[in-house]
Design a protein around this ligand. Structure first.
Ligand code: SAM
Length: 333
């Protein structure tokens, strides 16, 4: 079976995000509770199985794969998967293999990533203040992340910084983060907090609409809308004062579902057709049921035929429960 993947709304699925582990060495306050119950290790797909599912998607026209998590670089043996997937870059079937990371392990892996054909990565940094960084991530060390970023740049990787906009936490710092990222030739993308999974606090307190942030940034910066696209949901502007690019991911203030080209695979082989809906398809059973990929391909086709039109995220005082129970670390950010 090699027909490409088109959903009931005519959207072509060309982008697979793979959460290779739900574990993480940080505990960001908006993402996880401090004490998390992680998936039992025996439920995880092996690295070979992850490769098989990714390859099945590539056969069906997926051109971009992003490894994420949890923290993708804490999955044991992760470079084996990166190396095996790189054969699809070499053949030209896959256009981009990339990852989203918190940067804590970058120094260790950056050379291998480059060797296996990774060209760009996203690194999540919500603040440049070391104490605040510790408070947001609970367990993280900003200096280590900055060393990782430097190592990645020295090795020639292009970097995009992702920052979640958090009310009363990093909002005053956003102009400085724009100058910092652009000063080092990195794009910066701001993300709205999404109501995914129970956390220790209340999301209504953290939620900061990016429409508001954008308006307040206009006091200091001049923005020009640009058509730049990376295959993801961010909309970009060029910032005249810095010469850099600033992205906005606005699932709440401006829903981007109409152009959604993505599906998400968890480390246990569950496929989520939408980040913000509960419906999912199990790919692990068909994967393990036979050595050939026929059952797996059927399950993928069936899943894509159920991709929903969009999500229904709302955060306000009347809706302060998560839209979906699973954390971002399960589905993969
Ligand atoms: N550990 C990696 C990292 O830190 O980038 C990859 C996984 S993390 C879940 C991916 C991205 O999702 C990060 O940029 C993180 O800040 C973001 N994220 C996590 N929970 C979120 C939420 N509830 N709303 C918005 N973004 C969230």
């Amino acid at each position: 079976m090699s027909a490409s993947l088109t959903d009931p709304f005519g959207r072509h699925i060309s982008y697979l995000r793979v959460s290779v582990t739900d574990r993480c060495d940080f505990r960001c306050v908006y993402c996880m509770a401090e004490n998390m119950n992680f998936l039992p290790r025996q439920d995880l797909l092996t690295l070979e199985e992850l490769d098989r599912v990714c390859s099945a998607f590539i056969t069906r026209g997926v051109k971009k794969i992003r490894l994420t998590g949890g923290e993708p670089l804490v999955r044991k043996g992760i470079m084996t998967l990166v190396e095996s997937l790189s054969r699809h870059l070499q053949s030209g079937a896959l256009e981009e293999l990339t990852l989203t990371t918190n940067g804590s392990q970058l120094q260790k892996y950056v050379k291998d990533l480059v060797r296996h054909g990774v060209k760009r990565i996203n690194v999540s940094v919500d603040t440049l203040d070391p104490d605040k960084f510790k408070a947001i991530t609970r367990w993280g060390d900003l200096a280590k992340v900055q060393d990782g970023i430097k190592a990645a740049q020295d090795a020639g990787l292009a970097i995009k910084i992702n920052a979640v906009a958090l009310k009363g936490v990093n909002d005053a710092e956003i102009p400085a983060m724009i100058r910092w990222a652009h000063g080092q030739q990195m794009d910066l993308t701001l993300i709205e907090t999404m109501p995914l999974g129970d956390i220790d606090g209340d999301r209504t307190d953290q939620y900061l609409p990016l429409s508001q942030v954008r308006a307040s940034l206009l006091d200091q910066f001049t923005f020009a809308d640009i058509p730049y696209k990376t295959g993801g949901p961010a909309r970009y502007v060029a910032v005249k004062e810095t010469g850099g690019r600033l992205g906005f991911i606005t699932p709440l203030t401006h829903n981007f579902c109409e152009s959604c080209n993505r599906v998400r695979l968890t480390c246990t082989g569950t496929l989520y057709m939408c980040l913000g809906q509960e419906d999912a398809a199990d790919l692990r059973a068909p994967l393990r049921a036979s050595e050939g990929d026929e059952l797996l391909q059927q399950a993928i086709s069936e899943a894509i035929s159920r991709k929903p039109k969009g999500h229904d995220f709302i955060i306000d005082r009347a809706h302060n429960k998560p839209a979906v129970a699973r954390h971002m670390s399960v589905t993969g950010g």
